[in-house]
Design a protein around this ligand. Structure first.
Ligand code: AMP
Ligand code: MG
Length: 353
């Protein structure tokens, strides 16, 4: 199958032939990749189980890993959710549309295929104008995971979607680079207290301010329990070369990276570095430019979140055979960044003394 890429300007998305075409493809049971403010999604009609099955096939996704339903507004939430608990009302008022997914009790109308057989459904209203226009054009909620092959880093540009999905889907809407750069925060609203199942740009601190309290799934902080978001148990976001994540005081990073890079070079390895501007400056001159990815200034967490996936993907086009990544402090958006970097490193984490 030929994969077409059509550019859509955010300012023109309501009235755009490409979006109308994409909406018609969704209604016809086909797959369309589209931009959101978090990462690119791979969308299908959320009420069509055959169309949703195609998502699993195109991604190579395990069938127990449920999909998030993307909606255009409250009316579509009510179509899919069997009830909206008071905490979800508060979160919708504060953060919808935006990078927040609510886990709610589901209606029978929602196919088992997208919930992995759970009696709940994940629902999010994206704020990206192209995503909103597409959902309206389709006229149905759009089930969409990230538009990468399963296990690979999520794409934040149309060209990264094309690299993973070429020949597997008919259409990619290109809306430029995603602003947030990591997937939505997932909050389970079905218990007595809201629980974060996946950290994201809507931080625990922001949720606590609105709700007065908010738990973290213990599996996110190292407990040996099964994660309650089924997708969180899989190895994820992984670049092809093995990666080690370095944690510790920012001031110590540049010297530690220089030391590690020199050691690896002596062993005949070809290290790549994904790190802050400060740390990258410390290794400049030791490595070819293509193997040094500056993800933003130390402490600029929004910049870092928006650059980590493209950084990981970029190493796959180099001869790097081992990667070193710099960690951040886990407050605010740092919790989500560290969650993704930990997974990408497959648990290889070094604490700097
Ligand atoms: P992706 O969109 O590829 O980032 O994946 C969606 C994430 O949402 C996965 O980690 C899923 O396990 C999670 N998810 C979707 N629906 C539910 C649900 N009903 N309960 C818990 N987690 C969910
Ligand atoms: Mg994903």
């Amino acid at each position: 199958m030929e994969t077409e890429v059509l550019r859509v300007l955010a300012s023109d998305s309501e009235n755009c032939a490409a979006v109308r075409r994409a909406g018609a493809l969704i209604r016809a049971g086909r797959l369309v990749a589209f931009p959101t403010e978090t990462v690119y999604g791979l969308g299908a009609n959320g009420f069509d189980r055959v169309a949703c099955a195609r998502i699993y096939e195109a991604k190579g996704r395990p069938s127990d890993n449920p999909l998030i339903l993307h909606v255009a507004g409250r009316a579509m939430v009510e179509e899919a959710a069997a009830g909206i608990p008071p905490m979800a009302e508060k979160l919708m008022a504060a953060f919808m549309p935006g990078p927040l997914t609510l886990i709610l009790p589901r209606k029978p109308l929602v196919p088992d295929r997208i919930t992995g057989g759970l009696d709940t459904v994940g629902i999010r209203a994206p704020e990206h104008p192209v995503a909103r226009a597409l959902i309206r054009a389709a006229g149905v909620p759009i089930a969409a995971p990230s538009a990468n092959r399963s296990g690979r880093p999520s794409p934040t540009t149309a060209s990264s979607v094309l690299r993973d999905m070429e020949g597997r889907i008919p259409l990619i809407l290109d809306g430029g680079t995603c602003r947030v750069g990591i997937e939505s925060t997932i909050v389970d609203c079905t218990g007595a207290v809201a629980t974060i199942l996946r950290p994201g740009a809507i931080t625990r601190e922001m949720l606590t301010e609105v709700l007065g309290g908010c738990n973290l799934d213990p599996a996110l902080v190292g407990a040996k329990t099964v994660p309650r978001a089924p997708g969180m148990k899989y190895r994820h976001y992984a670049p092809k070369a093995d990666m080690t994540l370095y944690c510790g005081a920012p001031a110590k990073m540049a010297a530690a990276f220089r030391r590690e890079v020199r050691r690896l070079l002596k062993e005949g390895r070809k290290p790549g570095v994904l790190a802050s501007h400060e740390t990258c400056s410390g290794v400049a001159g030791l490595l070819p430019e293509s193997r040094v990815r500056d993800y933003g200034a130390q402490g600029d967490l929004s910049a870092i979140a928006s650059h980590i996936y493209e950084g990981l993907i970029a190493f796959d086009a180099t001869d790097a055979d081992v990667l070193l990544a710099e960690g951040v402090a886990e407050g605010g958006l740092g919790l989500a960044i560290m969650n993704r970097l930990r997974k990408a490193s497959g648990g290889r984490v070094r604490e700097l003394a």
